[in-house]
Design a protein. Structure first.
Length: 367
Protein backbone atom coordinates (compact mmCIF):
# COMPACT_ATOMS: atom_id res chain seq x y z
CA UNK A 1 0.00 0.00 0.00
CA UNK A 2 1.17 3.48 -0.76
CA UNK A 3 0.30 6.96 0.38
CA UNK A 4 0.18 9.38 -2.51
CA UNK A 5 0.36 13.09 -1.86
CA UNK A 6 -2.17 14.74 -4.15
CA UNK A 7 -4.95 17.30 -4.25
CA UNK A 8 -8.10 16.78 -2.23
CA UNK A 9 -11.84 17.33 -2.45
CA UNK A 10 -14.53 15.60 -0.44
CA UNK A 11 -16.92 13.12 -1.93
CA UNK A 12 -20.48 14.10 -2.71
CA UNK A 13 -21.39 10.49 -1.90
CA UNK A 14 -23.00 11.43 1.38
CA UNK A 15 -25.40 13.81 -0.33
CA UNK A 16 -26.04 11.40 -3.18
CA UNK A 17 -26.78 8.61 -0.75
CA UNK A 18 -29.14 10.86 1.19
CA UNK A 19 -31.00 11.80 -1.99
CA UNK A 20 -31.21 8.17 -3.11
CA UNK A 21 -32.47 7.12 0.29
CA UNK A 22 -35.15 9.77 0.43
CA UNK A 23 -36.25 8.94 -3.11
CA UNK A 24 -36.73 5.29 -2.19
CA UNK A 25 -38.39 5.89 1.18
CA UNK A 26 -41.48 7.97 1.92
CA UNK A 27 -40.76 11.12 3.93
CA UNK A 28 -43.08 13.15 6.09
CA UNK A 29 -43.28 16.93 6.00
CA UNK A 30 -40.91 17.31 8.95
CA UNK A 31 -38.21 15.17 7.31
CA UNK A 32 -38.63 17.00 4.01
CA UNK A 33 -38.23 20.33 5.80
CA UNK A 34 -35.02 19.16 7.50
CA UNK A 35 -33.58 17.98 4.18
CA UNK A 36 -34.30 21.31 2.52
CA UNK A 37 -32.78 23.20 5.48
CA UNK A 38 -29.59 21.16 5.11
CA UNK A 39 -29.56 21.82 1.38
CA UNK A 40 -29.92 25.56 1.97
CA UNK A 41 -27.15 25.44 4.59
CA UNK A 42 -24.76 24.03 1.97
CA UNK A 43 -25.85 26.66 -0.56
CA UNK A 44 -25.26 29.42 1.99
CA UNK A 45 -21.78 28.07 2.74
CA UNK A 46 -20.91 28.19 -0.95
CA UNK A 47 -21.91 31.86 -1.15
CA UNK A 48 -20.01 32.64 2.03
CA UNK A 49 -16.78 30.91 1.01
CA UNK A 50 -16.43 31.18 -2.77
CA UNK A 51 -14.72 34.59 -2.78
CA UNK A 52 -12.17 33.49 -0.17
CA UNK A 53 -10.81 30.36 -1.89
CA UNK A 54 -8.15 30.87 -4.55
CA UNK A 55 -6.47 29.01 -7.35
CA UNK A 56 -2.66 28.88 -7.02
CA UNK A 57 -0.47 28.57 -10.11
CA UNK A 58 3.30 28.29 -9.96
CA UNK A 59 6.18 28.49 -12.41
CA UNK A 60 9.57 26.92 -11.95
CA UNK A 61 12.58 26.74 -14.26
CA UNK A 62 14.35 23.39 -14.18
CA UNK A 63 17.58 22.21 -15.81
CA UNK A 64 17.34 18.96 -17.77
CA UNK A 65 20.24 16.81 -18.99
CA UNK A 66 19.76 15.67 -22.62
CA UNK A 67 21.70 13.40 -24.98
CA UNK A 68 21.65 13.57 -28.79
CA UNK A 69 23.32 10.42 -30.23
CA UNK A 70 23.16 11.79 -33.81
CA UNK A 71 25.10 14.90 -32.82
CA UNK A 72 27.68 12.74 -31.05
CA UNK A 73 28.08 10.51 -34.12
CA UNK A 74 28.25 13.27 -36.74
CA UNK A 75 30.36 15.83 -34.91
CA UNK A 76 32.32 13.74 -32.43
CA UNK A 77 30.97 15.64 -29.44
CA UNK A 78 29.60 14.16 -26.25
CA UNK A 79 26.08 14.87 -27.48
CA UNK A 80 25.18 15.95 -23.98
CA UNK A 81 23.62 19.29 -23.18
CA UNK A 82 21.80 20.98 -20.37
CA UNK A 83 18.63 22.81 -21.33
CA UNK A 84 16.25 24.87 -19.22
CA UNK A 85 12.57 24.07 -19.18
CA UNK A 86 9.62 25.66 -17.46
CA UNK A 87 7.42 23.55 -15.23
CA UNK A 88 4.62 24.40 -12.83
CA UNK A 89 1.84 23.17 -10.62
CA UNK A 90 -1.74 23.95 -9.75
CA UNK A 91 -3.23 23.98 -6.29
CA UNK A 92 -5.67 25.70 -3.98
CA UNK A 93 -5.45 28.07 -1.05
CA UNK A 94 -7.62 30.40 0.97
CA UNK A 95 -7.52 33.98 2.22
CA UNK A 96 -6.71 34.30 5.93
CA UNK A 97 -6.53 38.09 6.29
CA UNK A 98 -8.10 41.12 4.66
CA UNK A 99 -4.67 42.39 3.54
CA UNK A 100 -4.04 39.32 1.40
CA UNK A 101 -2.29 36.59 3.36
CA UNK A 102 -3.06 33.15 1.93
CA UNK A 103 -2.69 29.66 3.42
CA UNK A 104 -1.89 26.62 1.29
CA UNK A 105 0.16 23.41 1.36
CA UNK A 106 3.92 23.77 1.27
CA UNK A 107 4.18 21.15 -1.48
CA UNK A 108 2.01 23.31 -3.76
CA UNK A 109 4.58 26.12 -3.87
CA UNK A 110 7.81 24.30 -3.00
CA UNK A 111 10.64 25.40 -5.30
CA UNK A 112 8.49 27.88 -7.24
CA UNK A 113 10.14 30.83 -8.98
CA UNK A 114 6.84 32.59 -9.59
CA UNK A 115 3.48 32.26 -7.83
CA UNK A 116 0.09 33.51 -9.04
CA UNK A 117 -3.15 33.60 -7.10
CA UNK A 118 -6.53 33.82 -8.86
CA UNK A 119 -9.83 34.53 -7.15
CA UNK A 120 -13.38 33.54 -8.07
CA UNK A 121 -13.72 36.75 -10.14
CA UNK A 122 -11.00 35.46 -12.46
CA UNK A 123 -8.52 38.21 -11.62
CA UNK A 124 -4.98 36.94 -11.08
CA UNK A 125 -2.37 38.45 -8.74
CA UNK A 126 1.29 37.69 -8.20
CA UNK A 127 2.22 36.51 -4.71
CA UNK A 128 5.34 35.90 -2.64
CA UNK A 129 6.22 33.22 -0.10
CA UNK A 130 6.22 34.54 3.47
CA UNK A 131 7.37 31.22 4.90
CA UNK A 132 6.77 27.50 4.84
CA UNK A 133 6.81 24.54 7.21
CA UNK A 134 7.49 21.38 5.17
CA UNK A 135 7.35 19.21 8.30
CA UNK A 136 3.61 19.93 8.55
CA UNK A 137 3.04 20.92 4.88
CA UNK A 138 1.77 24.45 5.50
CA UNK A 139 2.90 27.59 3.66
CA UNK A 140 1.83 31.23 3.91
CA UNK A 141 1.76 33.55 0.88
CA UNK A 142 1.19 37.29 0.56
CA UNK A 143 -0.71 38.66 -2.45
CA UNK A 144 1.01 41.64 -4.07
CA UNK A 145 -1.96 44.00 -3.93
CA UNK A 146 -3.36 46.76 -1.74
CA UNK A 147 -6.89 45.49 -2.36
CA UNK A 148 -8.98 44.29 0.58
CA UNK A 149 -9.88 40.58 0.57
CA UNK A 150 -12.46 38.45 2.39
CA UNK A 151 -10.79 36.04 4.85
CA UNK A 152 -12.16 32.77 6.14
CA UNK A 153 -12.55 32.18 9.89
CA UNK A 154 -11.01 29.25 11.74
CA UNK A 155 -12.93 26.88 13.99
CA UNK A 156 -11.45 24.91 16.90
CA UNK A 157 -10.52 21.54 15.39
CA UNK A 158 -10.54 19.99 18.88
CA UNK A 159 -14.33 20.31 18.79
CA UNK A 160 -14.93 18.15 15.71
CA UNK A 161 -16.76 14.84 16.14
CA UNK A 162 -16.91 11.72 14.03
CA UNK A 163 -19.93 12.05 11.74
CA UNK A 164 -19.91 15.85 11.60
CA UNK A 165 -20.33 17.37 8.16
CA UNK A 166 -17.10 18.14 6.32
CA UNK A 167 -17.17 20.46 3.31
CA UNK A 168 -14.22 20.83 0.96
CA UNK A 169 -13.60 23.76 -1.34
CA UNK A 170 -11.01 24.14 -4.04
CA UNK A 171 -10.04 23.97 -7.68
CA UNK A 172 -9.86 20.33 -8.82
CA UNK A 173 -8.19 20.00 -12.22
CA UNK A 174 -8.34 23.78 -12.53
CA UNK A 175 -12.13 23.89 -12.14
CA UNK A 176 -12.53 26.95 -9.95
CA UNK A 177 -14.83 27.24 -6.93
CA UNK A 178 -15.78 23.56 -6.62
CA UNK A 179 -17.46 22.45 -3.39
CA UNK A 180 -18.03 18.88 -2.22
CA UNK A 181 -19.58 17.40 0.91
CA UNK A 182 -18.68 14.49 3.18
CA UNK A 183 -18.28 13.68 6.86
CA UNK A 184 -15.50 13.42 9.42
CA UNK A 185 -14.42 9.78 9.51
CA UNK A 186 -11.69 9.96 12.17
CA UNK A 187 -9.27 12.32 13.88
CA UNK A 188 -5.75 12.00 15.21
CA UNK A 189 -4.56 9.88 12.28
CA UNK A 190 -0.77 9.51 12.38
CA UNK A 191 2.10 7.21 11.35
CA UNK A 192 0.90 7.34 7.74
CA UNK A 193 4.24 8.36 6.26
CA UNK A 194 2.85 11.51 4.62
CA UNK A 195 4.48 14.24 6.71
CA UNK A 196 7.08 14.47 9.46
CA UNK A 197 4.39 15.63 11.91
CA UNK A 198 0.98 14.00 11.50
CA UNK A 199 -2.29 14.42 13.35
CA UNK A 200 -4.74 14.29 10.46
CA UNK A 201 -8.48 14.67 10.24
CA UNK A 202 -9.80 11.84 8.06
CA UNK A 203 -12.73 12.41 5.76
CA UNK A 204 -14.42 10.57 2.90
CA UNK A 205 -12.80 12.70 0.24
CA UNK A 206 -12.91 12.18 -3.52
CA UNK A 207 -9.49 13.46 -4.53
CA UNK A 208 -8.53 15.32 -7.68
CA UNK A 209 -5.38 17.18 -8.62
CA UNK A 210 -5.67 20.87 -7.83
CA UNK A 211 -7.37 20.71 -4.43
CA UNK A 212 -4.29 20.57 -2.20
CA UNK A 213 -4.18 23.53 0.17
CA UNK A 214 -7.92 24.18 0.02
CA UNK A 215 -10.00 24.45 3.19
CA UNK A 216 -12.00 21.74 4.91
CA UNK A 217 -15.02 23.46 6.46
CA UNK A 218 -17.61 22.77 9.13
CA UNK A 219 -21.37 23.27 8.68
CA UNK A 220 -20.92 26.95 9.58
CA UNK A 221 -18.40 27.52 6.80
CA UNK A 222 -15.44 27.87 9.18
CA UNK A 223 -12.08 26.19 8.54
CA UNK A 224 -11.46 22.96 10.47
CA UNK A 225 -8.60 21.70 8.31
CA UNK A 226 -6.35 22.11 5.28
CA UNK A 227 -6.78 19.35 2.68
CA UNK A 228 -3.45 17.64 2.06
CA UNK A 229 -3.36 13.99 0.96
CA UNK A 230 -5.21 10.78 0.22
CA UNK A 231 -4.58 7.09 0.58
CA UNK A 232 -4.98 5.36 -2.76
CA UNK A 233 -3.75 2.27 -4.56
CA UNK A 234 -4.98 3.60 -7.92
CA UNK A 235 -4.33 7.34 -7.81
CA UNK A 236 -8.06 7.97 -7.49
CA UNK A 237 -10.29 8.31 -4.46
CA UNK A 238 -11.15 5.38 -2.22
CA UNK A 239 -12.81 7.61 0.38
CA UNK A 240 -9.74 8.18 2.56
CA UNK A 241 -8.69 11.83 2.55
CA UNK A 242 -6.59 13.65 5.14
CA UNK A 243 -6.53 17.26 6.31
CA UNK A 244 -4.23 19.16 8.66
CA UNK A 245 -6.25 20.28 11.74
CA UNK A 246 -7.03 23.98 11.89
CA UNK A 247 -5.44 24.40 15.35
CA UNK A 248 -2.09 23.21 14.02
CA UNK A 249 -2.45 25.26 10.82
CA UNK A 250 -3.24 28.41 12.82
CA UNK A 251 -0.22 27.95 15.06
CA UNK A 252 2.05 27.59 12.04
CA UNK A 253 0.40 30.63 10.41
CA UNK A 254 0.87 32.85 13.47
CA UNK A 255 4.52 31.83 13.80
CA UNK A 256 5.34 32.36 10.11
CA UNK A 257 3.64 35.75 9.87
CA UNK A 258 5.41 36.91 13.06
CA UNK A 259 8.91 35.50 12.47
CA UNK A 260 9.02 34.29 8.84
CA UNK A 261 9.37 30.68 9.95
CA UNK A 262 7.58 28.02 11.97
CA UNK A 263 8.90 27.96 15.54
CA UNK A 264 8.14 24.47 16.82
CA UNK A 265 7.52 23.90 20.53
CA UNK A 266 10.03 21.68 22.34
CA UNK A 267 9.34 19.23 25.17
CA UNK A 268 12.59 17.25 25.18
CA UNK A 269 11.68 13.57 25.46
CA UNK A 270 12.03 10.41 23.41
CA UNK A 271 8.80 8.38 23.47
CA UNK A 272 7.23 5.21 22.15
CA UNK A 273 3.72 3.80 22.05
CA UNK A 274 2.70 1.70 25.00
CA UNK A 275 2.32 -1.97 24.03
CA UNK A 276 0.46 -4.84 25.64
CA UNK A 277 3.84 -6.36 26.49
CA UNK A 278 4.76 -3.15 28.37
CA UNK A 279 1.46 -3.26 30.22
CA UNK A 280 2.00 -6.85 31.37
CA UNK A 281 5.70 -6.50 32.14
CA UNK A 282 5.39 -3.29 34.14
CA UNK A 283 1.98 -4.17 35.64
CA UNK A 284 0.44 -0.79 34.87
CA UNK A 285 -3.33 -0.18 35.17
CA UNK A 286 -3.92 1.21 31.66
CA UNK A 287 -3.43 0.07 28.09
CA UNK A 288 -2.96 3.30 26.10
CA UNK A 289 -0.37 6.00 26.49
CA UNK A 290 3.29 6.73 25.90
CA UNK A 291 6.43 5.38 27.52
CA UNK A 292 9.18 7.97 28.04
CA UNK A 293 12.40 6.30 26.90
CA UNK A 294 14.69 9.27 27.45
CA UNK A 295 14.56 12.78 28.90
CA UNK A 296 17.07 15.17 27.36
CA UNK A 297 19.37 17.17 29.58
CA UNK A 298 18.32 20.75 30.19
CA UNK A 299 14.98 20.26 28.41
CA UNK A 300 11.60 21.58 29.60
CA UNK A 301 10.68 17.95 30.40
CA UNK A 302 13.69 17.54 32.70
CA UNK A 303 13.01 20.85 34.41
CA UNK A 304 9.43 19.77 35.12
CA UNK A 305 10.56 16.51 36.76
CA UNK A 306 9.71 14.00 34.03
CA UNK A 307 12.06 11.02 33.83
CA UNK A 308 12.72 7.85 31.85
CA UNK A 309 10.14 5.04 32.29
CA UNK A 310 7.39 7.48 33.21
CA UNK A 311 4.13 7.07 31.28
CA UNK A 312 2.12 9.92 29.76
CA UNK A 313 -1.60 9.14 29.49
CA UNK A 314 -3.18 12.58 28.87
CA UNK A 315 -2.28 16.08 27.66
CA UNK A 316 -4.55 18.96 28.65
CA UNK A 317 -7.23 16.47 29.65
CA UNK A 318 -7.17 14.68 26.29
CA UNK A 319 -6.41 10.95 26.21
CA UNK A 320 -3.26 9.95 24.31
CA UNK A 321 -3.52 6.98 21.96
CA UNK A 322 -0.35 7.23 19.85
CA UNK A 323 3.04 8.93 19.76
CA UNK A 324 2.30 10.39 16.34
CA UNK A 325 -0.93 12.03 17.42
CA UNK A 326 0.76 13.31 20.61
CA UNK A 327 3.50 14.99 18.56
CA UNK A 328 0.83 16.46 16.27
CA UNK A 329 -1.08 17.86 19.24
CA UNK A 330 2.16 19.23 20.67
CA UNK A 331 3.01 20.93 17.38
CA UNK A 332 -0.25 22.89 17.66
CA UNK A 333 0.95 24.53 20.90
CA UNK A 334 2.95 27.73 21.08
CA UNK A 335 6.48 28.21 22.36
CA UNK A 336 6.18 29.33 25.99
CA UNK A 337 2.75 27.73 26.44
CA UNK A 338 2.16 25.50 29.47
CA UNK A 339 0.81 22.01 28.86
CA UNK A 340 -0.65 19.81 31.56
CA UNK A 341 0.35 16.14 31.41
CA UNK A 342 -1.17 13.26 33.34
CA UNK A 343 1.76 11.01 34.20
CA UNK A 344 2.11 7.58 35.80
CA UNK A 345 5.42 7.53 37.68
CA UNK A 346 6.78 5.08 40.29
CA UNK A 347 3.40 3.42 40.63
CA UNK A 348 1.52 6.68 41.19
CA UNK A 349 -0.49 9.02 38.99
CA UNK A 350 0.38 12.71 39.06
CA UNK A 351 -0.12 15.94 37.15
CA UNK A 352 2.92 17.64 35.61
CA UNK A 353 2.87 21.14 34.12
CA UNK A 354 5.52 21.82 31.46
CA UNK A 355 6.40 25.17 29.89
CA UNK A 356 7.30 24.40 26.27
CA UNK A 357 10.61 25.58 24.86
CA UNK A 358 11.60 26.13 21.21
CA UNK A 359 13.10 23.57 18.86
CA UNK A 360 16.67 24.60 17.94
CA UNK A 361 19.45 22.98 15.95
CA UNK A 362 21.20 22.22 19.22
CA UNK A 363 18.36 20.30 20.84
CA UNK A 364 17.62 18.52 17.56
CA UNK A 365 21.15 17.10 17.67
CA UNK A 366 20.43 15.57 21.09
CA UNK A 367 18.10 13.03 19.52
Amino acid sequence: MKFRKTFIILSALAVMSLNSFTAAMPVNNSQSSDIHKTQEAFANIYEKVKDSVVNIRTKKTITVDTFNPLEAFLFGTSGRRQIKRESGSLGSGFIISSDGYVMTNNHVIDGADEIYVKGSDGYEYSAKIVGGAPEVDIAILKINSSQKFIPLSFANSDNIKIGHWAIAFGNPLGLNSSMTVGVIGASGRSSLGIEQIENFIQTDAAINQGNSGGPLLDINGNVIGVNTAIYSTTGGSVGLGFAIPSNLAQNVKDSIIKTGKYERPYLGISIKNLTSADTQKMKIPFSTGLLIEKVFEGSPAEKSGLKSNDFITEMNGKRIYSAGAFLGELAAKKVGETVTLKVYSDGKEKIVNVVLGKVTQQNLQQR
